[in-house]
Structure formats: C-alpha cells, structure tokens
Design a protein around this ligand. Structure first.
Ligand code: SF4
Length: 228
C-alpha cells in the first residue's frame, strides 16, 4: 500500500474508534449498587428520548469526538477502580459496545446506565447494566424495549423513577408480571419534586415490596451541579 493510502486507511480506522463525549469526570457514584464509590463517569453525547424529568439535557447535543484510546487514558488519570458509562443514552452510539469491552479488558469495574429503549444484548457480560424502565409519568413509556428484560442477570439492575402514586402502582405490577425481583436487583427512586422520598419509602414498606429504595446521592451532596 502506498504511503497516501496507508495514511487514509489508518485515519478511517481511527475515526471508526471514536465516540462523541460530553464529559469525563471523577465523582462519587450516586446511584444503584455501587453508590458511594469514587467513580469516573464517561458521559456520551446524545439521547433519542425526552423524559420529562431529565436532568442531563445538556448531553443531548454538542460534545467532542474522542478516540477510545484517549478515553481510556483520561479514565486512567483518575486512578480509581469504578467506571460508569452514562449519557444521554450511551448505547445510541454503536461504538459504545467496543468502549465497554476495552474498559473491562483494562480491569475496571464497569457499569452502564441505559434508558431501556435500546437492545442490550451485545453489551459485554462483565458490565453491570443499570436499565431504566420508563414509567407512564416519564412521558416515554412507549420506548421501553421489553425484549431486554429476559436478558437481565443477577449482575444487572433495573431502575424505576417514579413520578406519582400511579407510577408506583404501575411499576409494582411490572415487577410482579416480569418476576423482576427474582432476576436482578430492582431499584425504586422518587422523581425529584414529584414524589417525596418519605412517601415512596412509606409505600414500599407498607407493601413489603422486594425492591430497593434509593435516592440520588449526588443530588443531596451537590444539588446536581454539572460534573459532580
Ligand atoms: S433517557 Fe436519560 S438522558 Fe435520555 S431523556 Fe431520559 S433521563 Fe434524559
């Protein structure tokens, strides 16, 4: 291959490895099983959903192209074991699958926060998938990809963000219908300013529900400041 062609081909393979990134930062994991651990967050740009309570709308657009090698180098600078790939909806970029694999190969404890609207079957099994199930109150219930649920394992978690008592009753029925509590950890969270933490805690206790109540630690600690 002549030098010009070689250059062009390595440029193509480098660009094939790139993802659009909104931010990479170190914080405490605020949610789910790894709550409280120092964690590097890799926030990918873009999301096809528009949940009414979304607190990361700044990740819908913009961002910068990063190679997977550069992402790994940036993550390594922080020197922690936990990495969370989030968004936006990270799986809306197909190359996210390769990034997850590379992070696992590098020895990190990797979690993925996904909307539940995109197929998770190709995600590396070493990744702990935190899959949202969108409630009617989210305004995106029609986006749930129900074929994802049989793919869940005890290594994964499902999360419901609840906007009302109606959402809670709906989520309770979904947990029972799909036997989710016997499959993986089930997380119930109050939607900020729509359901109080106390209300949700009382409902769960009254119903002896086999789910885990959770509040978003980073909202309590830093009031959702960007990059924290
Ligand atoms: S899926 Fe997540 S990032 Fe996308 S709109 Fe809903 S809350 Fe926001």
């Amino acid at each position: 291959m002549n030098a010009a062609l070689q250059g062009a081909s390595s440029e193509v393979s480098a660009s094939a490895e790139r993802l659009k990134i909104t931010e990479i930062f170190l914080s405490l994991q605020g949610e789910a099983r790894h709550a409280g651990w120092p964690t590097v967050f890799v926030r990918l740009t873009g999301c096809p959903l528009r949940c009414q309570y979304c607190d990361t709308a700044y990740a819908f657009h913009g961002g910068e192209w990063w190679s997977i090698d550069d992402i790994l180098a940036e993550v390594a600078k922080h020197g922690v074991r936990h990495v969370c790939v989030t968004g936006g909806e990270p799986l809306s970029q197909k190359r996210c699958i390769g990034l997850l694999q590379r992070l696992c190969d590098a020895g990190y404890e990797v979690s993925l926060e996904t909307s539940g609207a995109i197929d998770i079957s190709e995600v590396d099994p070493r990744v702990s998938r935190v899959l949202d199930i969108k409630t009617p109150g989210s305004a995106e219930v029609h986006r749930n990809l129900w074929s994802n649920l049989p793919l869940l394992t005890p290594h994964d978690q499902v999360k419901f963000v609840l906007c009302s008592r109606e959402d809670y009753d709906w989520a309770k029925a979904i947990v029972a219908e799909h036997r989710l509590a016997g499959t993986c950890e089930v997380l119930f969270s109050p939607s900020f300013a729509q359901v109080t933490p106390r209300e949700l805690a009382d409902w769960i206790v009254a119903d002896h529900l086999p789910v885990r109540f959770q509040m978003q630690l980073h909202k309590l600690l830093w009031n959702d400041e960007r990059g924290r």
